[in-house]
Design a protein around this ligand. Structure first.
Ligand SMILES: [Zn+2]
Length: 385
C-alpha cells in the first residue's frame, strides 16, 4: 500500500494519546518515555541537569538523526516523531522495508529546561540555534559531539514557526515550511544541499495532495552561527522543518499530523537513494509574513476633536500559566492603520463601528487588547468573541 493511503488509514490508530497540548514539559515527556521506551539512552544532561535522551528504531545501514525542541516552546516536532515511531512499528510492508533500510535516531527534546519553562532559549538564556560556534550551552555541545561521533547520513532539525507566516502572496497559512540551509553566503548548491532539496521536493509533492497551497520554503539566507547551516557546511545533508499554523489549530495538533507525514515521506525518499535531482525545489513558494491572528477592519476611532477609520491588527502572545500548566493566548495590538496588505486568521470588517477602549481612548501598539468594537470584546488581552 502506498504511504499516503496507509497513513490516512492508520494514523488515527497509532496517534499517541495525551500529547494534544502545545505545552510539552520535560517531566511529561519523561513519564511517556519511561513507560513506552524503556531502552531509551541518556546522552547527557542539560544546563539544569535534565536528561537528554535518544530513541532508536530500525536496523538498516542508513543512519538518520532527528532532533526536536532545541527551542523549548516548539513541541510539534517532538509529538510528530513520537507518532512516527508508532507508525514505523506497524507490521506493514511499507514500514518493514523502511526499518530494514534505515536506522532512525531521535533526540526528542534537546532543550528540556526551555521546554519546561516554555521558552525558546535554554535556562541560561542561550538560543541553541545560534550557539553552534561558541558552544556555550551543554545542549549544543552534546548535539555536535553526537553528530561527529556517529556521522549520520541525514539530519532533520525540527522547529515551530509563528502564526504570521503565509505562503507566497496567498492568504494560505504556511502550515509546513522547509529549508535546505545554505552552507555559505553565496548559497551554493553543494551536493548535500541538493540532496536536502530533493527530499523537500518529494515531501512537498506528497503533502500538496493533503494540504494544497499550505507549503512553503523558508529563507535560505546564510546564518553563520546556526545549526543547520553549519552542519551543511560540514557536509551533512540537513533539513529544517518548520511546523506552522493551520486554521483554528493553536495547539498545533492538526499540524502535528502533517508534520509526522512529512517525516515519513522524507524517510521514504531517503530510502530510494535517488537524491541527485532537486526537482521543483526552487518553485516552492517562499514564506512570507502577511498574517496577523486577528484583524478588525474599518474601526472608527474618535478623539474629542477628530476621528479616524482604521484597521487594528492583533497578535496572540503565548504565555505559560503556572497554575493551570496551560498556555494562555494574550491578544496584543501589533499594528494599526491600513492593513489591506495583511490577512487575518480571524478577519472581520467592522464597517465603521466605534472603538470603545477600557484603559485608553485609542488603540496603542504593544498594549494588551482591552476594548470593544460592536460585538467584539477584549478584556486585558482576553478575546471574548
Ligand atoms: Zn525554532
Amino acid at each position: 500500500m502506498e504511504l499516503l493511503d496507509l497513513f490516512n488509514k492508520k494514523y488515527g490508530d497509532i496517534r499517541v494519546e495525551g500529547l494534544d497540548s502545545k505545552y510539552l514539559p520535560f517531566l511529561k515527556l519523561k513519564s511517556y518515555l519511561d513507560e513506552y521506551f524503556p531502552d531509551k539512552v541518556s546522552l547527557g544532561k542539560s544546563f539544569l541537569g535534565n536528561e537528554i535522551y535518544e530513541l532508536k528504531i530500525g536496523s538498516g545501514k542508513t543512519k538518520i538523526l532527528a532532533w526536536s525542541q532545541m527551542h523549548g516552546n516548539e513541541s510539534t516536532g517532538t509529538r510528530a516523531i513520537l507518532d512516527v515511531f508508532e507508525f514505523l512499528k506497524l507490521n506493514e510492508n511499507w514500514s518493514k522495508f523502511i526499518l530494514e533500510s534505515i536506522s532512525f535516531h531521535f533526540i526528542p527534546m534537546l532543550n528540556p529546561d526551555g521546554s519546561t519553562l516554555f521558552t525558546r532559549r535554554n535556562a541560561a538564556g542561550i538560543d541553541l540555534n545560534r550557539d553552534f560556534l561558541q558552544e556555550a550551552s551543554p545542549e549544543i555541545r552534546l548535539l555536535k559531539s553526537y553528530v561527529q561521533k556517529h556521522q549520520p547520513y541525514f539530519l532533520f532539525n525540527l522547529h515551530d514557526q509563528r502564526t504570521i507566516f503565509n505562503v507566497g502572496n496567498t492568504a494560505k497559512p504556511a502550515t509546513l515550511s522547509f529549508l535546505a540551509p545554505s552552507a555559505d553566503d553565496n548559497r551554493l548548491e553543494t551536493e548535500s544541499r541538493i540532496q536536502s532539496m530533493a527530499v523537500i521536493d518529494y515531501m512537498v509533492k506528497g503533502l500538496e495532495k493533503i494540504i494544497p497551497g499550505c507549503l512553503a520554503r523558508f529563507s535560505d539566507e546564510f546564518y553563520p552561527t546556526s545549526t543547520g547551516d553549519n552542519f551543511m557546511k560540514m557536509g551533512f545533508p540537513c533539513i529544517l522543518f518548520e511546523a506552522g499554523h493551520y486554521p483554528h489549530d493553536y495547539q498545533r495538533d492538526h499540524v502535528r499530523k502533517y508534520n509526522a507525514l512529512s517525516i515519513l515521506l522524507a524517510l521514504e525518499k531517503i530510502c530510494s537513494h535517488d537524491l541527485s535531482d532537486k526537482g521543483n525545489y526552487d518553485q516552492i513558494p517562499q514564506n512570507n509574513k502577511k498574517f496577523l491572528d486577528i484583524i478588525l477592519r474599518n474601526v472608527l476611532v474618535r478623539s474629542n476633536d477628530s476621528e479616524s477609520l482604521l484597521d487594528i491588527g492583533i497578535y496572540l502572545d503565548e504565555r505559560l500559566d503556572l497554575d493551570s500548566q496551560e498556555i494562555l493566548f494574550c491578544s496584543r495590538i501589533e499594528e494599526i492603520g491600513d492593513l489591506s496588505n495583511y490577512f487575518g486568521h480571524i478577519d472581520i470588517d467592522k464597517k465603521g463601528k466605534i472603538y470603545v477602549g477600557k484603559s485608553s481612548m485609542f488603540p496603542i501598539i504593544g498594549d494588551l487588547a482591552d476594548f470593544s468594537v460592536g460585538t467584539i470584546h477584549f478584556e486585558t488581552g482576553k478575546f471574548n468573541g
